[in-house]
Design a protein around this ligand. Structure first.
Ligand SMILES: Nc1ncnc2c1ncn2[C@@H]1O[C@H](COP(=O)(O)OP(=O)(O)OP(=O)(O)O)[C@@H](O)[C@H]1O
Ligand SMILES: Cc1ncc(COP(=O)(O)O)c(N)n1
Length: 275
């Protein structure tokens, strides 16, 4: 029910793992949705035990529980746009794909999460083939980093020029659009390349010198999802996402003894000083 005088915001769903440290995963997605003035919803796939030093374990939910969460929100609230993050196993991917198809959850941004920034695995090795065959063909947009490009295509991206070939190889796996993220390439700018099967577009921003970029991939994909939920087309949503992640990397901060997160609330007004 909508109360008189209130406006219902756009809605977005994240299908992702929980990060107990709050910097990545579903927590990063929900904070990003909030900052983009979108009502965020979640279908949790796995609970990770994680802090700034790394991931020490994860517990998968039953595939049926993941599908039921998606169904519950899709049939009642409605999903303006959705995003997948950590999907953990082939069985969860099968359940997600079935629910997404049956409930017509679209547009769908797929962040093909395979490992944490520390290199800790977030995907069972036998799930890679399901990620390629079951999930990628459903994607409106897939947003791999360079490690994920290597896992999915076998291609090694060493410089900017290699990103176009990588985007073509990923596009052949079925997504409508591909955004190859260059956050891990050296260079003065952090450059991402968008490809729709015929045209390349570049999104660049000055690279910040910081190791505190935990959650940057999730945050970018979530901001793009928020843009799609707001009715933007893919290039406009990527532009919004790039602006959001650039601000969030500039607003990142140290936390714990390891790698700190990007700042999800950089657009939120500062907390008022105590009188
Ligand atoms: N130091 C930086 N300064 C500015 N932008 C950055 C920086 N590092 C990454 N980015 C941007 O952040 C986004 C995420 O890219 P990245 O390649 O780091 O993804 P990722 O490896 O999936 O992220 P993570 O594993 O940290 O979650 C991209 O838009 C990238 O260009
Ligand atoms: C639950 C979850 N999902 C995704 C990531 C990837 O984020 P990062 O590469 O910044 O560690 C993560 N660490 N945890």
């Amino acid at each position: 029910m909508t109360l008189p005088g209130t406006v219902q915001p756009p809605t977005a769903l994240t299908i992702a793992g929980s990060d107990s440290g709050g910097g990545a995963g579903a927590q990063a997605d929900l904070k990003t949705f909030l900052s983009c003035h979108v009502h965020g919803m979640s279908a949790i796939t796995a609970v990770t035990v994680q802090n700034s030093l790394g991931v020490t374990g994860f517990y998968e939910l039953p595939p049926q529980a993941v599908a039921e969460q998606i169904e519950s929100v899709a049939t009642d609230i409605g999903v303006g746009a959705a995003k997948t993050g950590m999907l953990a196993s082939a069985a969860i991917m099968d359940a997600v794909a079935e629910a997404v198809r049956r409930l017509k959850v679209t547009p769908l941004v797929v962040d093909p999460v395979a490992a944490s920034q520390h290199g800790d695995p977030l995907l069972r090795p036998d799930a890679l083939s399901a990620l390629r065959k079951v999930i990628l063909p459903l994607a409106t947009l897939v947003t791999p980093n360079l490690g994920e490009v290597r896992l999915l295509t076998g291609l090694e991206v060493r410089e900017r020029a290699d990103m176009d070939e990588a985007a073509k190889a990923l596009h052949a796996l079925g997504p409508q659009w591909v955004l190859v993220k260059g956050g891990h390439l050296p260079g003065g700018d952090a450059v991402d390349v968008l490809y729709d099967g015929s045209t390349f577009a570049e999104f660049a921003a000055p690279r910040r010198t910081t190791e505190h970029t935990h959650g940057s991939g999730d945050t970018l994909a979530a901001a793009i999802t928020a843009g799609l939920a707001r009715g933007l087309d893919v290039p406009a949503a990527v532009e919004l996402g790039k602006a959001f992640i650039t601000g969030a990397v500039a607003g990142s901060f140290p936390l714990g003894a390891g790698l700190g997160p990007v700042g999800h609330f950089w657009r939120v007004k500062p907390w008022p000083a105590q009188a």
